[in-house]
Design a protein around this ligand. Structure first.
Ligand code: PMP
Length: 337
């Protein structure tokens, strides 16, 4: 009897096809507002449009910020780290060479009006975007349209935030090609490739490697892991967005949770032996990573250090940590923080 198997037999081996993951996750859950801020006015959702011939529509020439509003225990709501988000928006505009005459006060007015005029009293995700509405080729610098959309959304407990991820076969775009450190709409086509591949193969999310093969970030969030009690995250030179949440957590980890932190290059194989891991971002807050390429992270459940960071983050965003009150901008004038 022969020990070899024919090509026909190989072809007939049945392999289970992993089920595609649902395309929405608990942390994606957001509702549409009735009114949207466009260039100084609140307009009905259906009227908030840009032209098909704009370079924003044709080539994806836009920059944006995603930030969160949190309902505090006092009945007041707060925009979290608005100043840092506006600083990054200015950096995105500068690097993209988009002409924008709006001041930071105008940006803040757009954010607050989009929450207030939709009467959103609880949590919300707010997207402030600058679209190049000029017509022409991709080098068109303006005019622009300033748009702000506030989506109400429920809070999601840490135990419902876990995800199973894979290492994407798509690499993160290198800074010598396009700058991923800024928040430009077009950058998210790279995220799309990774996420589509992940979902097709039965994972929730993807993590990208840099073109040099080091760990970069997720499609819509930064990455951190815990090894031997140390919180480790790739550096800002690893083709990542310069994330507000990442720097918030690095500060909280060192000051409030008493952890050692390291910003350093991370190898792919470290993902398979990490004790804990999570994605972080304004919209995602902290989302524990439960497995990578089917290797369980730790014991496959939310780890203790991730929980401590989550608690520290909650104390800050809900206004309970008074030493960080400077990170919160009140939404309503009728009550005090
Ligand atoms: N990386 C990418 C690609 C993102 O889209 C986001 C979400 N803005 C993040 C990281 C996290 O950034 P931030 O904490 O500033 O929201």
């Amino acid at each position: 009897m022969s020990n070899t198997i024919s090509a026909d037999e190989v072809g007939s081996i049945e392999r289970p096809v992993p089920k595609p993951r649902p395309h929405t996750r608990p942390t994606d859950s957001i509702a549409n507002p009735e009114w949207i801020y466009v260039d100084g006015s609140m307009v009905a959702r259906a009227a908030a449009t840009i032209h098909v011939s704009s370079v924003a529509a044709r080539y994806g020439t836009s920059v944006f910020e995603g930030m969160c509003v949190y309902g505090g225990e006092s009945g007041q709501s707060f925009v979290f780290r608005a100043k840092e988000h506006l600083t990054r928006l200015r950096q995105s505009l500068r690097i993209m060479e988009i002409d924008c005459d709006y001041s930071d006060a105008d940006f803040m007015d757009a954010i607050l009006r989009s929450v207030r005029e939709n009467q959103i009293r609880g949590d919300a995700h707010v997207r402030l975007s600058v679209f190049v509405i000029g017509e022409g080729l991709s080098e068109c610098r303006g005019p622009i349209s300033l748009v702000c959309v506030a989506h109400p959304r429920p809070a999601t407990p840490i135990d419902q935030r876990g995800s199973h991820i894979n290492v994407s076969t798509w690499r993160r775009v290198d800074n010598s090609i396009m700058p991923m450190r800024i928040k430009a709409g077009a950058n998210y086509q790279n995220s799309r490739f990774g996420t589509m591949e992940a979902r097709r193969n039965g994972y929730d999310e993807a993590i990208f490697l840099t073109t040099a093969g080091k760990v970069s970030e997720g499609g819509h969030s930064c990455f951190a892991m815990v090894r031997n009690g140390v919180l480790i995250t790739p550096p800002v030179t690893a083709s990542i967005l310069e994330s507000v949440t990442r720097s918030t957590l690095l500060e909280l980890a060192a000051d409030d949770v008493d952890l050692r932190v390291q910003e350093r290059e991370v190898d792919r194989s470290e993902l398979y032996i990490a004790d804990e891991a999570f994605f972080c971002g304004s919209r995602k807050e902290i989302c524990p990573v439960l497995s990578v390429d089917r290797f369980p992270v730790g014991d496959g459940r939310v780890g203790p250090i991730t929980r401590r960071l989550w608690d520290a983050y909650q104390a800050v965003i809900r206004g309970r940590n008074k030493t960080r009150a400077g990170w919160l901008t009140p939404v309503w004038q009728d009550s005090k923080p």
